[in-house]
Design a protein around this ligand. Structure first.
Ligand code: HXC
Length: 523
């Protein structure tokens, strides 16, 4: 064979390859793509184009096909078997992904679709890099039967094996029903898009048939429902584009894996910056509210914070900030909602965040202003004891640098729960406005002086005297400081300076725990 002919043959094969690739990359075809756009959704490939830095996406297993012959599938082509998998750079850092393609058989998950996801998750875990799932699927491919259920099982297993090892993020960009909800639930972070995404175990029709309850898809499992009621969704976004952008922002705070250094952003903020606005933020009256988010932003680099769970359990705030370019996880009571009390949802929210940060070596900064635990039968019977214990467990278990700032109330068990010294805080500071006690003055005197008050000639006057004396002893940080239970009393405007210095001093902190299989967190 002449050289020229050989060249033609090779070129012919290359052309054939290019045509085949192009055809697969057309996904479910123009009609399906239009349907997707009409629903204000992007296609899987458009999402990936937005997500990855230009020309960095490397597709893996483009040519995989399903091999089911059941219920007419032998005659059905499903490009890429309904999922695009691969890796690329996001702001210069490697990220692995699986993006379900709703235009190809509704992104339904069959055996080979699942195996593509397994492969890319295995690569992410081996490479120690984040995994991002862009979900948009009708769920288990009904025609295939049990292999599709096995497919989900293998994904759940990998979600679990990779948990705490690599960051895992899932965006819900369409339907997610039945057991398909559990891969997102096993991931670290769940994003949803308003109006176009929903998640539920059983849909409205089944609910109507089973318990005669009427509810719409959106009321049941839309982004707002999961961001405000169930706490399943951590970030609500307006559309696919905003969702992709927010995932990138989240990734900018996270290391590649639990063994990787934290990402360092260029900091244009000063280590010595004085936060004068903090000197007037605490109201004179102890039961008045103030904006805890202003405190967090005030101490953060460039006053920036990135807040998951913004709409759920608002009585506690969790947020990522940067201090001198390095990520820090903030947990803070929020006096604006239920006086910042700790309840079941607040405990769950904070515990999950603390464990995530600790798993990925992100230092913890706690701001305390907590009147106690939420009383009442609703909380007790739903297990505030069990849920509140998670917070104690999460803080005690965490070995990252832990800094606590008490801004105002720190009462009772809730004082302990908000990263007090005995839960392993490395350094506890209090503002002069701090009140550290077992109970508030009124509640305390009602118990310890009950008979004395009722026997007094003027019970109200006697009670006021006793409350004043109690508050003189405890409604300040000096008693705690005298016992070394807090390290320092600081002027509020020095808070950022102190945090910068402490995080620098503690940056090489090493703390070990007993050698064992794993903790048994009270779930
Ligand atoms: C096979 C599916 C599918 C599925 C959608 N399709 N879901 N094919 N298995 N689960 C196909 C449709 O047949 C159609 O194929 C194409 O995807 C687009 O679907 P449409 O119905 O035309 O789209 P739309 O009207 O937008 O409705 C979307 C939908 C609906 C609401 C998601 O398709 C739907 O109800 N699907 C079934 C959902 C479901 O019950 N899944 C199983 C959940 S249980 P053509 O060829 O016409 O383009 C589950 C168990 C997991 O997932 C267990 C894990 C442990």
């Amino acid at each position: 064979m002449s050289d020229d002919l050989q060249k033609d043959t090779t070129q012919g094969k290359i052309k054939e390859f290019e045509q085949k690739s192009q055809s697969i990359k057309m996904m479910g075809g123009e009609k399906q793509i239009k349907k997707q756009h009409d629903l204000k959704k992007l296609t899987a490939r458009e999402r990936l184009d937005l997500f990855f830095d230009k020309d960095t996406f490397q597709e893996v297993q483009l040519f995989v096909k399903h091999r089911s012959t059941l219920f007419g599938l032998d005659k059905k082509e499903i490009p890429s078997d309904g999922v695009i998998t691969g890796f690329g750079k996001v702001n210069g850092r490697t990220v692995f992904t699986a993006a379900q393609d709703f235009t190809s058989s509704g992104g339904s998950l069959g055996e080979m679709h699942a195996k593509k996801i397994w492969k890319i998750m295995d690569m992410a875990i081996a490479a120690q890099k984040p995994f991002v799932a862009l979900n948009d699927s009708g769920g288990a491919r009904i025609q295939e039967g049990v292999p599709s259920l096995e497919g989900y099982g293998g994904i759940f297993y990998r979600n679990t094996i990779g948990s705490g090892y690599i960051p895992q993020i899932t965006a819900i960009l369409g339907p997610t029903a039945g057991g398909a909800v559990y891969s997102p639930a096993l991931a670290d972070w769940v994003f949803m898009v308003k109006d176009s995404s929903y998640m539920y175990i059983t849909g409205p029709d089944v609910i109507k048939a089973a318990i005669d309850e009427e509810v719409t898809h959106d009321e049941l499992g839309g982004a707002i429902a999961h961001a405000t009621k169930s706490g399943v969704c951590h970030f609500v976004t307006e559309n696919d584009t905003e969702c992709i952008e927010k995932i990138k922002t989240l990734l900018s705070y996270l290391p590649d894996s639990c063994h990787s250094p934290l990402p360092l952003a260029d900091s244009t903020d000063s280590a010595q910056r004085i936060c004068t606005e903090l000197d007037t933020i605490i109201p004179d009256k102890t039961n008045r509210v103030y904006d805890m988010k202003k405190i967090i932003k005030s101490v953060a680099d460039n006053n920036e914070m990135f807040e998951p769970f913004e709409l759920w359990a608002k009585n506690i705030i969790v947020a990522f900030i940067r201090i001198m370019g390095k990520p820090v996880g903030v947990i803070a009571n929020n006096p604006r909602f239920a006086a910042g009390v700790l309840d079941i949802n607040a405990s769950d929210k904070a515990s999950r965040f603390i464990r995530f940060c600790d798993a990925f070596n992100i230092p913890l900064l706690t701001f305390t202003d907590v009147p106690g635990y939420m009383p009442g039968t609703i909380q007790e019977w739903a297990g505030i004891i069990r849920h509140g214990a998670k917070l104690l467990h999460a803080y005690s278990e965490a070995t990252v640098p832990k800094i606590t700032v008490i801004t105002r109330k720190a009462y009772g068990g809730a004082y302990i729960g908000m990263c007090s010294k005995q839960l392993g805080a490395d350094y506890v500071m209090a503002w002069p406005t701090a009140e550290i006690a077992v109970l508030g003055g009124e509640g305390a005197c009602n118990i310890i002086y009950r008979s004395e008050i009722s026997a007094a000639a003027d019970p109200a006057a006697r009670k006021a005297e006793l409350v004043a004396s109690y508050e003189d002893q405890f409604s300040n940080p000096y008693f705690a400081a005298s016992l070394g239970i807090i390290e320092e009393i600081i002027v509020p405007h020095d808070t950022r300076k102190r945090i910068v210095a402490l995080l620098d001093a503690l940056k090489d902190k090493k703390e070990t725990r007993l050698s064992k299989k794993h903790n048994n967190i009270p779930l």
